[in-house]
Ligand binder design. Structure first.
Ligand SMILES: [Zn+2]
Length: 259
Protein backbone atom coordinates (compact mmCIF):
# COMPACT_ATOMS: atom_id res chain seq x y z
CA UNK A 1 0.00 0.00 0.00
CA UNK A 2 1.40 3.35 -1.02
CA UNK A 3 0.85 6.45 -3.05
CA UNK A 4 2.69 7.66 -6.16
CA UNK A 5 2.29 10.18 -8.92
CA UNK A 6 2.75 9.69 -12.68
CA UNK A 7 2.49 13.10 -14.35
CA UNK A 8 -0.98 14.30 -13.39
CA UNK A 9 -2.20 10.88 -12.35
CA UNK A 10 -2.45 9.74 -8.75
CA UNK A 11 -1.57 6.09 -8.15
CA UNK A 12 -2.75 4.05 -5.18
CA UNK A 13 -0.72 0.88 -4.66
CA UNK A 14 -3.00 -1.92 -3.57
CA UNK A 15 -2.27 -5.40 -2.34
CA UNK A 16 -1.42 -8.15 -4.82
CA UNK A 17 0.44 -5.96 -7.33
CA UNK A 18 -2.66 -3.97 -8.25
CA UNK A 19 -2.67 -0.23 -8.89
CA UNK A 20 -5.60 2.15 -8.92
CA UNK A 21 -4.81 5.05 -11.27
CA UNK A 22 -6.78 8.26 -10.92
CA UNK A 23 -6.80 11.21 -13.31
CA UNK A 24 -8.80 14.18 -12.00
CA UNK A 25 -8.65 16.07 -15.35
CA UNK A 26 -10.21 19.54 -14.89
CA UNK A 27 -13.11 19.22 -12.48
CA UNK A 28 -12.32 16.01 -10.58
CA UNK A 29 -11.62 16.49 -6.87
CA UNK A 30 -10.73 14.34 -3.89
CA UNK A 31 -12.10 15.09 -0.46
CA UNK A 32 -12.18 13.35 2.88
CA UNK A 33 -15.48 12.55 4.53
CA UNK A 34 -15.79 11.79 8.20
CA UNK A 35 -16.64 8.15 8.86
CA UNK A 36 -20.36 7.57 8.43
CA UNK A 37 -20.97 10.85 6.55
CA UNK A 38 -23.13 10.60 3.45
CA UNK A 39 -21.58 11.28 0.03
CA UNK A 40 -23.25 14.01 -2.07
CA UNK A 41 -25.20 12.06 -4.68
CA UNK A 42 -24.97 13.77 -8.04
CA UNK A 43 -21.29 14.65 -8.19
CA UNK A 44 -19.83 11.60 -6.44
CA UNK A 45 -18.04 9.22 -8.79
CA UNK A 46 -16.30 6.90 -6.37
CA UNK A 47 -15.96 6.30 -2.67
CA UNK A 48 -12.85 4.76 -1.11
CA UNK A 49 -13.38 3.46 2.38
CA UNK A 50 -10.46 3.35 4.77
CA UNK A 51 -10.48 2.15 8.37
CA UNK A 52 -10.78 5.62 9.83
CA UNK A 53 -12.25 7.79 7.06
CA UNK A 54 -13.72 7.86 3.58
CA UNK A 55 -12.09 9.40 0.50
CA UNK A 56 -14.52 10.71 -2.07
CA UNK A 57 -13.92 11.35 -5.77
CA UNK A 58 -16.27 13.99 -7.16
CA UNK A 59 -16.57 15.73 -10.50
CA UNK A 60 -18.60 18.90 -10.92
CA UNK A 61 -20.13 20.01 -14.20
CA UNK A 62 -21.67 18.02 -16.99
CA UNK A 63 -18.54 16.78 -18.74
CA UNK A 64 -17.28 13.55 -17.25
CA UNK A 65 -13.58 13.42 -17.89
CA UNK A 66 -12.02 12.18 -14.67
CA UNK A 67 -10.96 8.55 -14.90
CA UNK A 68 -10.08 5.58 -12.74
CA UNK A 69 -8.14 2.60 -14.05
CA UNK A 70 -7.26 -0.59 -12.22
CA UNK A 71 -4.09 -2.17 -13.58
CA UNK A 72 -1.99 -5.14 -12.57
CA UNK A 73 1.80 -5.04 -12.34
CA UNK A 74 4.50 -2.41 -12.79
CA UNK A 75 4.64 -2.90 -16.58
CA UNK A 76 0.93 -2.10 -16.98
CA UNK A 77 1.39 0.91 -14.72
CA UNK A 78 4.38 2.14 -16.73
CA UNK A 79 2.28 1.87 -19.92
CA UNK A 80 -0.08 4.53 -18.52
CA UNK A 81 2.75 7.06 -18.23
CA UNK A 82 2.60 9.49 -21.19
CA UNK A 83 6.37 9.84 -20.78
CA UNK A 84 6.67 13.58 -20.23
CA UNK A 85 9.91 14.85 -18.73
CA UNK A 86 9.79 15.85 -15.04
CA UNK A 87 11.42 19.25 -15.45
CA UNK A 88 12.24 19.64 -11.73
CA UNK A 89 14.38 16.51 -11.99
CA UNK A 90 15.80 17.14 -15.47
CA UNK A 91 19.09 18.70 -16.56
CA UNK A 92 19.16 21.61 -19.02
CA UNK A 93 20.51 19.32 -21.80
CA UNK A 94 17.60 16.90 -21.41
CA UNK A 95 15.09 19.74 -21.34
CA UNK A 96 16.61 21.28 -24.47
CA UNK A 97 16.67 17.96 -26.33
CA UNK A 98 13.02 17.29 -25.50
CA UNK A 99 11.98 20.81 -26.45
CA UNK A 100 13.77 20.77 -29.79
CA UNK A 101 12.94 17.21 -30.82
CA UNK A 102 10.07 18.48 -32.93
CA UNK A 103 8.75 21.74 -34.31
CA UNK A 104 5.99 23.13 -32.09
CA UNK A 105 4.96 26.43 -30.59
CA UNK A 106 6.31 26.85 -27.06
CA UNK A 107 2.78 26.86 -25.66
CA UNK A 108 2.00 23.59 -27.33
CA UNK A 109 5.27 21.92 -26.37
CA UNK A 110 4.99 22.89 -22.70
CA UNK A 111 1.43 21.59 -22.40
CA UNK A 112 2.04 18.30 -24.25
CA UNK A 113 2.11 15.54 -21.57
CA UNK A 114 4.20 13.36 -23.90
CA UNK A 115 6.95 15.99 -23.85
CA UNK A 116 6.73 17.51 -20.37
CA UNK A 117 5.03 16.17 -17.30
CA UNK A 118 2.23 17.93 -15.47
CA UNK A 119 2.51 21.55 -16.71
CA UNK A 120 -0.89 22.31 -18.26
CA UNK A 121 -2.52 25.48 -19.49
CA UNK A 122 -2.28 27.71 -16.42
CA UNK A 123 1.36 27.08 -15.50
CA UNK A 124 2.52 27.25 -19.12
CA UNK A 125 1.15 30.82 -19.26
CA UNK A 126 3.01 31.69 -16.07
CA UNK A 127 6.22 30.02 -17.27
CA UNK A 128 6.22 31.83 -20.63
CA UNK A 129 5.56 35.16 -18.92
CA UNK A 130 8.44 34.59 -16.50
CA UNK A 131 10.73 33.60 -19.38
CA UNK A 132 9.55 36.63 -21.41
CA UNK A 133 8.83 34.39 -24.41
CA UNK A 134 5.97 34.38 -26.89
CA UNK A 135 3.57 31.43 -26.67
CA UNK A 136 3.89 31.14 -30.45
CA UNK A 137 7.70 31.13 -30.61
CA UNK A 138 8.89 27.97 -32.36
CA UNK A 139 10.80 25.37 -30.38
CA UNK A 140 13.04 24.42 -33.28
CA UNK A 141 14.40 27.93 -33.82
CA UNK A 142 14.71 28.96 -30.18
CA UNK A 143 18.20 30.35 -29.39
CA UNK A 144 20.17 28.59 -26.63
CA UNK A 145 19.90 31.54 -24.27
CA UNK A 146 16.10 31.46 -24.57
CA UNK A 147 16.04 27.70 -23.95
CA UNK A 148 18.06 28.27 -20.79
CA UNK A 149 15.68 31.04 -19.67
CA UNK A 150 12.67 28.82 -20.37
CA UNK A 151 14.24 25.95 -18.41
CA UNK A 152 14.95 28.21 -15.43
CA UNK A 153 11.47 29.76 -15.60
CA UNK A 154 9.78 26.34 -15.76
CA UNK A 155 11.66 25.09 -12.71
CA UNK A 156 11.16 28.30 -10.77
CA UNK A 157 7.43 28.45 -11.55
CA UNK A 158 6.76 24.80 -10.68
CA UNK A 159 8.84 24.96 -7.50
CA UNK A 160 7.29 28.23 -6.38
CA UNK A 161 3.70 27.07 -6.91
CA UNK A 162 4.27 23.65 -5.36
CA UNK A 163 5.68 25.39 -2.28
CA UNK A 164 2.92 27.96 -2.24
CA UNK A 165 0.07 25.44 -2.55
CA UNK A 166 1.62 23.23 0.12
CA UNK A 167 1.91 26.20 2.45
CA UNK A 168 -1.69 27.27 1.79
CA UNK A 169 -2.98 23.76 2.44
CA UNK A 170 -0.81 23.44 5.56
CA UNK A 171 -1.54 20.19 7.32
CA UNK A 172 -5.01 20.04 5.79
CA UNK A 173 -6.12 18.27 2.68
CA UNK A 174 -6.32 20.81 -0.21
CA UNK A 175 -9.99 21.73 -0.66
CA UNK A 176 -9.74 24.71 -2.98
CA UNK A 177 -8.43 23.31 -6.23
CA UNK A 178 -8.60 25.63 -9.21
CA UNK A 179 -6.52 26.63 -12.20
CA UNK A 180 -7.17 30.32 -11.52
CA UNK A 181 -5.15 31.42 -8.55
CA UNK A 182 -4.59 34.66 -6.77
CA UNK A 183 -1.00 35.60 -7.37
CA UNK A 184 -0.71 34.38 -10.95
CA UNK A 185 0.92 36.93 -13.22
CA UNK A 186 -1.07 36.48 -16.43
CA UNK A 187 -3.18 33.31 -16.35
CA UNK A 188 -6.88 34.15 -15.90
CA UNK A 189 -6.03 37.88 -15.78
CA UNK A 190 -7.20 39.15 -19.18
CA UNK A 191 -7.15 42.99 -19.26
CA UNK A 192 -5.67 43.25 -15.79
CA UNK A 193 -2.25 44.89 -15.45
CA UNK A 194 0.87 42.77 -15.93
CA UNK A 195 2.65 42.72 -12.54
CA UNK A 196 5.99 43.41 -14.24
CA UNK A 197 5.19 46.27 -16.64
CA UNK A 198 1.57 47.27 -15.97
CA UNK A 199 0.37 46.67 -19.54
CA UNK A 200 -2.99 44.91 -19.89
CA UNK A 201 -2.78 41.13 -20.09
CA UNK A 202 -3.83 39.80 -23.52
CA UNK A 203 -5.54 36.59 -24.49
CA UNK A 204 -5.95 34.13 -27.33
CA UNK A 205 -9.25 32.28 -27.03
CA UNK A 206 -9.70 28.64 -27.96
CA UNK A 207 -12.79 26.44 -27.73
CA UNK A 208 -12.21 25.26 -24.18
CA UNK A 209 -9.50 27.44 -22.73
CA UNK A 210 -7.40 30.51 -23.39
CA UNK A 211 -3.78 31.55 -23.45
CA UNK A 212 -2.87 34.69 -21.54
CA UNK A 213 0.29 36.71 -22.10
CA UNK A 214 1.72 40.19 -21.79
CA UNK A 215 2.51 41.69 -25.19
CA UNK A 216 5.04 44.15 -23.79
CA UNK A 217 6.98 41.53 -21.80
CA UNK A 218 6.68 38.59 -24.19
CA UNK A 219 6.08 39.55 -27.82
CA UNK A 220 7.85 42.89 -28.23
CA UNK A 221 4.49 44.67 -27.94
CA UNK A 222 2.87 42.65 -30.71
CA UNK A 223 -0.72 41.53 -30.11
CA UNK A 224 -0.99 37.95 -31.32
CA UNK A 225 -3.84 38.18 -33.80
CA UNK A 226 -6.19 35.51 -35.01
CA UNK A 227 -3.89 34.84 -37.90
CA UNK A 228 -1.36 33.40 -35.47
CA UNK A 229 -3.93 31.28 -33.70
CA UNK A 230 -5.28 30.08 -37.04
CA UNK A 231 -1.81 29.04 -38.06
CA UNK A 232 -1.46 27.32 -34.71
CA UNK A 233 -4.81 25.63 -35.26
CA UNK A 234 -3.69 24.30 -38.66
CA UNK A 235 -0.49 22.97 -37.16
CA UNK A 236 -2.36 21.43 -34.26
CA UNK A 237 -4.77 19.81 -36.70
CA UNK A 238 -1.93 18.26 -38.66
CA UNK A 239 -0.14 17.11 -35.54
CA UNK A 240 -3.30 15.59 -34.13
CA UNK A 241 -3.55 13.13 -36.97
CA UNK A 242 -0.13 11.71 -36.18
CA UNK A 243 -0.12 11.82 -32.39
CA UNK A 244 -2.66 11.88 -29.61
CA UNK A 245 -1.53 15.04 -27.88
CA UNK A 246 -4.16 17.14 -26.16
CA UNK A 247 -3.83 20.46 -27.99
CA UNK A 248 -7.14 22.07 -28.87
CA UNK A 249 -7.03 25.12 -31.05
CA UNK A 250 -10.45 25.90 -32.40
CA UNK A 251 -11.39 29.54 -32.71
CA UNK A 252 -14.58 30.81 -31.19
CA UNK A 253 -17.27 31.76 -33.71
CA UNK A 254 -17.24 35.44 -34.51
CA UNK A 255 -13.49 35.92 -34.18
CA UNK A 256 -11.99 37.55 -37.23
CA UNK A 257 -8.83 36.74 -39.05
CA UNK A 258 -6.44 39.47 -40.12
CA UNK A 259 -4.02 38.85 -42.98
ZN1 LIG B 1 4.33 42.85 -18.84
Amino acid sequence: MGLRRIGKRIVFELEGGLFLVLHLMIAGRLRWLASGAKAPGRISLAVFEFDNATLLLTEAGTKRRASIHLVEGEAALAAMDPGGLEVLEARLEDFAARLKADRHTLKRALTDPHLFSGIGNAYSDEILHRAKLSPFAQTSSLPDEDVKRLYDATRATLAEWTERLRREAGADFPEKVTAFREGMAVHGRFRKPCPVCGSPVQRIVYAENETNYCARCQTGGKILADRASRACSRRAGRARSTSSTEGRSLLLPGSRARF
